[in-house]
Write a protein that binds this ligand. Structure first.
Ligand code: URA
Length: 252
């Protein structure tokens, strides 16, 4: 078990056999047995990406509360990340908060505890929030994907797309005043922008879905994990936090 855990932490997400497999070789033919040909085995077509996305949208739309949404995510098997993760990391904080923060995806510690931002970057995030008078009771925190990508890689666009209907529904159910994305991938997914985080940060955008009562003011912050690696950028992050504090004072 320990070896398996070590391999998962190291990013292993598939196993291979000892012998190579030739996928181009003709499949073995059934033996002709005295005229009793077996009927062809019907192989159920695997669910297409479109069907899986449709299921995700339907399940998300059906949820009328955060608890129902969490149950819908827990029961959704369409995202491959679920297979390698230990726990679902749905969200944390106050479902009535005026601010929603969306990160990239759970890391190792989050995967172990089933709670977002509880590892080293979470500690910095808590300090960043405290610096403008916020804490986990005054915000709601989630991610663009609900399961840890193996080895902490960036979620693929497919994984993000399959989780997005649930994240959008989360936004509709909380109906916050302000959305803050953390890091480039979350900004791109939520704000539908293509520029890098260095260009996206420090500005206001609007985030809407058909069911939101009004567009939500949105902005992008550097990811705390990036700030831990590149502390030189904390100055810009501080500027951005003050900008968020100002906006919050205007809307409350
Ligand atoms: N990084 C993220 O983007 N999300 C988490 O929950 C933890 C680390």
């Amino acid at each position: 078990m320990e070896v398996l855990r070590w391999q998962l932490d190291a990013g292993v997400d598939e196993t291979i056999g000892d012998e190579p497999l030739n996928h181009f070789a003709a499949p073995p033919q059934p033996e002709a047995s005295a005229g009793l040909a077996k009927p062809p085995v019907k192989v159920k077509a695997s669910a297409s990406a479109e069907n899986i996305l449709h299921d995700a949208c339907a399940a998300a739309a059906n949820a009328g509360t955060i608890e129902e949404l969490k149950a819908a995510v827990a029961g959704f098997d369409g995202c491959a990340l679920k297979k390698t993760a230990t726990n679902l990391v749905f969200g944390d904080g106050n479902p009535k908060a005026k601010i929603v923060l969306i990160g990239e995806g759970p890391g190792a510690e989050e995967d172990r505890q089933g709670v977002p931002f509880v590892g080293p970057s979470g500690l910095l995030l808590d300090k960043m929030l405290a610096s403008i008078g916020l804490d986990r009771d005054s915000v709601y925190i989630s991610n663009t994907v609900f399961w840890r990508p193996p080895g902490n890689r960036t979620p693929t666009s497919g994984e993000t797309a399959l989780c997005l209907p649930f994240v959008e529904r989360l936004m509709e159910l909380i109906d916050p005043e302000i959305l803050i994305t953390l890091g480039g991938p979350a900004a791109k997914a939520m704000l539908a922008e293509t520029a890098g985080i260095g260009r996206l940060r420090g500005k206001w955008y609007t985030y809407s879905t058909p069911k939101l009562s009004r567009p939500v003011q949105a902005t992008a912050l550097f990811h705390p994990a990036y700030l831990l690696r590149s502390p030189d950028h904390k100055r810009e992050a501080w500027h951005d936090l003050l900008m968020i504090r100002d906006k919050l004072d205007q809307v409350s």
